[in-house]
Ligand binder design. Structure first.
Ligand SMILES: [Fe+2]
Ligand SMILES: [Fe+2]
Length: 151
């Protein structure tokens, strides 16, 4: 099978699995939920530009646009945790730091290698699965704690 077909198949897989915000992902904290919705928009625009085979510069720009907002968002949650004495702060911050690290490695690889089907599949894990898992467990636990504090 020519390489172009492999890439098309892999990219189609990415395109099918966009992030969708649903009520079961709500943390109960409006500011955090709104930021998650914005993050999903930015992740989806990255996935779309990858699956549409947009140029390297354009994909790199969308990747940067996402990375900036990731930093903003993690900062917001960490501020909440610090201000309210959240006992899970260190572990939660650790997950954030590890994500920032992975995202920056993805950016480096993309700059070096450009788009490939393998990168598309690996990105999927980082861009879709990670968020659903982190919000579903770690952020929801933070939300429940903040709610109990009357935030
Ligand atoms: Fe978080
Ligand atoms: Fe979050």
């Amino acid at each position: 099978m020519p390489m172009s077909h492999l890439m098309t198949d892999a990219n189609r897989g990415v395109a099918e699995k966009l992030l969708k915000w649903t009520e079961d992902l709500s943390t109960g904290i409006g500011v955090i939920d709104d930021q998650h919705k914005e993050l999903f928009k930015r992740v989806n625009s990255l996935l779309s530009s990858m699956s549409q085979g947009k140029g390297k510069e354009q994909v790199a720009a969308v990747l940067g646009f996402l990375s900036d907002y990731v930093v903003t968002h993690f900062g917001t949650e960490e501020q909440y945790m610090g201000a309210h004495g959240y006992p899970g702060l260190q572990a939660h911050k650790g997950e954030h730091a590890s994500y920032v690290e992975k995202l920056s490695r993805l950016r480096e690889r993309f700059d070096r290698e450009g788009q490939s089907s393998l990168l598309a599949i690996e990105s999927q894990r980082l861009l879709v699965d990670w968020w659903l898992n982190h919000i579903g467990k770690t952020d929801k636990a933070l939300g429940a704690f903040l709610k109990a504090k009357g935030i």
